[in-house]
Design a protein around this ligand. Structure first.
Ligand code: NAD
Length: 294
């Protein structure tokens, strides 16, 4: 099998790269944090020294970085992929970034004959570990078909949503729905607790009905157990909501729910920015003057 480059070995990149190793792909990995590189090297990957180094030695380069500026630097920067990648190579950017930036990067790569897919994911760390992420892809059908088997080693569902940028537009839609769901679960459980009803029993009673959701099953137990270990950090969700607001402004679309969710998350940033986004419940708890417990 062809050697794959993998850049960005954080909460998501580590398990995703390990799944590629398990599937038998030889890997060359890089992260600015040496300990992250050591950990994945311990699972069998070769160590790269920069993004440029990875691109010089592989023709399929996956990136899993925090946000648009990181991907711009890693792909287009002076030590970036574009400096050494060969025509025909492909960058599969699995980070959640602005769709407008995906399109800009795709266009710059195309000038050098380098291909790109934007392929952000949903499902969080547990599904990254299981290899069952949902992957939403933008790019050409031919590139999608060629790299579908590779993406399938990390995801259970892999859907081509349109041209470059369509993956990240789809991810923004996903992030609105997730944030709104977490807020609704928080609002409901805090109301129930303040009204004197055990919030765990409320959760058990409603989870199988129309109100139930994947978000409720993932996040209500965390709220009740006071377990806010990320998972998905509030700071990263703020980043995604910023990308929603930027994109919406650019195309003149109103996002009243996202505006409200952003204000809630911003109010928690200082104290809980590195906590899981289920810590959104703290916003409601502060106002109600209570804490959820089982
Ligand atoms: P993370 O911060 O844990 O990992 C990012 C990694 O990128 C870090 O190891 C960091 O050192 C590395 N990095 C940053 N700049 C770099 C550079 N210039 N060169 C090389 N490496 C660099 O973030 P994460 O939780 O793994 O998320 C990655 C992306 O996936 C984000 O866009 C996030 O929104 C998205 N995402 C995360 C989750 C989740 O649950 N954590 C779920 C779905 C999507």
């Amino acid at each position: 099998m062809k050697k794959i480059g993998f850049i960005g070995l954080g909460i998501m990149g580590k398990p995703m790269s390990k799944n590629l190793l398990k599937a038998g792909y030889p890997l060359l990995v890089y992260d600015i944090v040496p300990a992250a590189v050591e950990e994945v090297a311990g699972a069998g990957a070769e160590k790269g020294t920069s993004a440029k180094d990875v691109a010089a030695k592989t023709d399929v380069i996956i990136t899993m970085l925090p946000n648009s500026p990181h991907v711009q630097e890693v792909v287009l920067g002076k030590d970036g992929i574009i400096q050494t990648a060969r025509p025909g190579a492909i960058v599969i950017d699995m980070s959640s970034i602005s769709p407008l930036v995906s399109r800009e990067i795709g266009a710059k790569l195309a000038e050098k004959g380098i291909r790109m897919l934007d392929a952000p994911v949903s499902g969080g760390e547990p599904k990254a570990i299981d290899g069952t992420l949902s992957i939403m892809v933008g790019g050409s059908k031919a590139d999608f078909d060629e790299f579908l088997p590779l993406m399938k080693t990390m995801g259970a569902s892999v859907v081509l949503c349109g041209e470059i940028g369509a993956g990240n537009v789809t991810k923004l839609a996903n992030q609105i729905v997730v944030a709104a769901n977490i807020a609704a679960v928080s609002e409901a459980l805090v109301l129930a607790a303040k009204a004197g009803v055990n919030p765990d029993l409320v959760y058990q009673a409603i989870r199988g009905g129309l109100a139930g959701s994947t978000v409720m099953d993932a996040k209500a137990p965390m709220m009740l157990d006071r377990n806010f270990k990320p998972g998905f950090r509030i700071n990263l969700h703020i980043k995604d909501l910023n990308n929603v607001l930027d994109t919406a402004r650019g195309i003149d679309v109103a996002t009243p729910l996202t505006d409200e969710l952003m204000a809630m998350m911003q109010s928690l940033k200082e104290e809980f920015g590195d906590a899981d986004h289920s810590a959104l419940v703290r916003y409601y708890e502060r106002i109600a003057g209570i804490e959820l417990h089982r």
